[in-house]
Design a protein around this ligand. Structure first.
Ligand SMILES: Cc1ncc(COP(=O)(O)O)c(C=O)c1O
Length: 388
């Protein structure tokens, strides 16, 4: 039985071309880019080339890209770095209730340290409204952080409109673009953002590499302190194989992204329509149109998400109940609660995320096996019987 992977939002396999590009930098070209000898210069050259690729993908300048160890580090860096460096301006951050934990937790910690944090709720489709962000801002607001697209329900936010209001009010705008970079166009000038986080393992690059884009002129304090790497903004010897892989992965995405997104949208819509046709009482989570090309998330009434996942896994189908970081957690998803889903529906949710290697036969196989799993689980549910 061939396994099916529908969890590309959790992570993607590295593209074979990415692996090839990375390989020499583990052994033959192992130099430290801070060394002035030829080994070091070779490593620095490779890093400069990767930085160029990342910056041109984002429409940024190379010196505005800071490589990090992950999307999580980039998010932490944005929040702490901007608040620390701008203490004279204010102590208030505005963010949303549906951010990834990589933003929620630093925001909570800032609150413990005495900073003020306001969390804005989205509407029932998961859209954050620009006027709600503007209303939450005060003259003490230093930073607004709103994710570009949600990792659970796939809703894409009107970042450009939000950022325009934020800039008018004189604060910095950060977006966590971990789920969008490599999947839909992301241009820092079009989005009007000052800071943007990305993570290579979400776009067929290696794990453990991310970037923080920081617009020229943005005041930000280092998060990791030590050596003078990354123009004194992020200490630690650079992960050269990872950085090379990140650049190569984005170079590939810049060529293939448009056609992949079109194909994934087609397969996503087929999957969504098939589920809604074959199963009663299923509810789509997230916006029907303003969503990532590869994301399907729905709640099935009277069934536990975990039971669906286990049954699918037994048939070789890998799916998720939400973000990889919270599955295995019995708490209902904070994202689904924020869009107003009742607890029962939060527990009955399933996320399927498609990717570069998804084939139509896999969608067909899912549409064949999933309704049977739902019927089997509902037959065991005392609640389902009682409903008309
Ligand atoms: C929206 C979002 N932000 C941040 C992260 C964290 O990225 P990383 O796994 O590189 O730390 C993820 C990963 O799931 C994510 O989906």
């Amino acid at each position: 039985m061939e396994k099916i992977y529908f969890d590309y939002a959790a992570t993607t396999p590295a593209d074979p071309q990415v692996l090839e590009a990375m390989k020499p930098f583990f052994h033959e070209n192992f130099g430290n880019p801070s060394s002035i000898h030829s080994f070091g210069r070779e490593a620095r050259g490779a890093m400069d080339d990767a930085r160029q690729k990342v910056s041109s993908f984002l429409g940024a300048r190379p010196e505005e890209i800071i490589f990090t160890s992950s999307g999580t580090e980039a998010d932490n860096f944005a929040l702490f770095g901007v608040l620390w460096a701008n203490a004279a301006k204010g102590n208030h951050v505005v963010t949303t209730a549906i951010e990834h934990h990589a933003v929620l937790e630093p925001a909570r910690f800032l609150e413990k340290l005495g900073y003020k944090v306001t969390s804005v709720r989205p509407d029932k489709d998961g859209i954050v409204h620009p006027e709600d962000i503007a209303a939450a801002m005060t003259d003490q607001t230093v930073l607004v952080s709103v994710m570009h697209a949600n990792n659970e329900i796939g809703t894409i936010q009107p970042i450009k409109e939000i950022a325009s209001l934020v800039k008018e009010k004189g604060a910095y705008m950060h977006t966590d673009a971990v789920q969008t970079v490599g999947h839909i166009p992301v241009n820092v000038d079009d989005l009007h953002v000052d800071l943007l986080s990305l993570s290579a393992h979400k776009f067929y690059g290696p794990k453990g590499v991310g970037c923080l884009y920081v617009r020229k002129g943005t005041r930000i304090a280092p998060f990791l302190r030590g050596g003078g790497q990354e123009r004194h903004r992020r200490a630690s010897t650079e992960n050269i194989p990872g950085i090379v892989g990140c650049g190569k992965a984005l170079e590939i995405c810049s060529r293939s992204m448009a056609s992949e997104a079109a194909e994934q949208t087609r397969l996503r819509d087929k999957l969504m329509a098939g589920v809604q046709k074959k199963i009663d009482r299923v509810y789509l989570n997230g916006h029907a149109v303003q969503r990532l090309p590869n994301n399907v998330n729905f709640s099935v009434e009277y069934i536990e998400g975990e039971s669906m996942l286990l049954n699918l896994d037994m048939l070789g189908v890998a799916a998720s109940t939400g973000s990889a970081c919270t599955s295995g957690d019995l708490e209902p998803s904070h994202v689904l609660l924020s869009i107003g889903r009742p607890h029962e529906l939060c527990h009955g949710s399933i996320r399927l995320t498609l990717g570069r290697y998804t084939r139509e036969e896999e969608i067909d196989r899912f549409l064949d096996v999933f309704p049977k799993i739902v019927a089997k689980l509902r037959a065991m549910s005392p609640l389902y019987d009682k409903k008309p």
